[in-house]
Design a protein around this ligand. Structure first.
Ligand code: OGA
Ligand code: MN
Length: 292
């Protein structure tokens, strides 16, 4: 096997990991270098990997405890998703594919707005690993934002304005910004349902500070009059979502991409709904959110 080699994307974050075959056992030394590269680059891409579900689960579990697939996702008709029996509870399906008019996985083909995965929970996941089985030739790129850089480059005024502040992360909307079943639009963001987290988050491994935002709709900064909260949120979202903090993954089949959900936000471009895109996904259980 060739040498392990880390190649930064040259963008705001992300690196390719070359020279490792994830279908083979990974030594502690090699894993240590991967973990270190992940700390440095936030998003890692492993291309040309042939991964079955048990192997994807095994590799994922080296980064922490595997998270269970959300109950809602189990409602999909996953017969044609390729998920094997022993992986059913641990591997989620992200797909545009429909079987007899019924989705075989989540998130369809629509645009996903900038978000942190499941940050409306008290313990948002640490990481997600997304493995592409089938991808369209065009569209459906996934963007990632470096939230360390977004924090560090805030103006002194904005840094001061958010220092020690917490924010509500709206649990009523999905990553397309749409209202979930059983929820109503909250007109007053002070009453938004969801977990409350510090706006500045200390990463437990790198000890660096990151801006911690979930989704823009429904957000509210605790203790501020609604109008001030809206103004401040608009300013920090406008700052954080600038293109120079972003890097886009253009998918090829057999790419595995993992992101650190503690210091990265992501979004997805829409793609033609008639095109097939099929991903298998694992998620790692998170730890308490530390204020930065
Ligand atoms: C996710 C997600 C993006 C994509 O799985 O959490 O946001 O490209 N997916 O499908
Ligand atoms: Mn997501």
């Amino acid at each position: 096997m060739s040498e392990l080699w880390i190649q930064p994307t040259g963008g705001a974050l992300g690196a390719d990991v070359h020279g490792v075959d994830l279908s083979q056992p990974i030594s502690d030394a090699v894993f240590g270098r991967i973990a270190q590269a992940w700390g440095e680059h936030l998003v890692l891409r492993f291309s040309g990997q042939k991964l079955d579900d048990p192997t994807l689960m095994k590799f994922s579990a080296r980064f922490g405890e595997l998270d269970r697939v959300p109950i809602a996702a189990v409602g999909f008709d996953r017969m044609d998703s390729g998920v094997v029996k022993e992986a059913e509870e641990w591997v989620a399906v992200i797909s545009s594919v429909k079987k007899n008019g019924k989705a075989i996985g989540g998130l369809g083909s629509y645009e996903l707005v900038w978000h942190t995965d499941m940050s409306y929970n008290p313990l948002p996941p640490r990481a997600s690993l997304l493995y592409a089985l089938e991808v369209p030739a065009d569209g459906g790129n996934t963007g990632f934002l470096n939230m360390y850089s977004a924090y560090e480059s805030l103006s002194p005024e904005l840094k001061r304005a958010i220092e020690g502040k917490t924010c509500i992360h709206d649990s009523s909307r999905n990553s397309a910004g749409e209202l979930r079943k059983g929820f109503q639009t909250t007109l007053d963001p002070r009453h938004t349902p969801g977990a409350v987290h510090p706006l500045v988050r200390l990463h437990p491994m790198t000890k660096r500070k990151a801006l911690f935002l979930g989704r823009r709709p429904g957000a509210y900064i605790h203790g501020l009059p609604v109008e001030e909260s809206e103004k401040l949120l608009n300013a920090i979202w406008a700052h954080a979502t600038q293109e120079h903090f972003a890097w886009y993954q253009k998918w090829r089949a057999s790419d595995l991409v993992m992101w650190d959900n503690r210091c990265v936000m992501h979004r997805r471009d829409a793609f033609d709904e008639s095109l097939r895109r099929l991903m298998h996904r694992t998620q790692i259980v998170g730890e308490p959110v530390l204020a930065g």
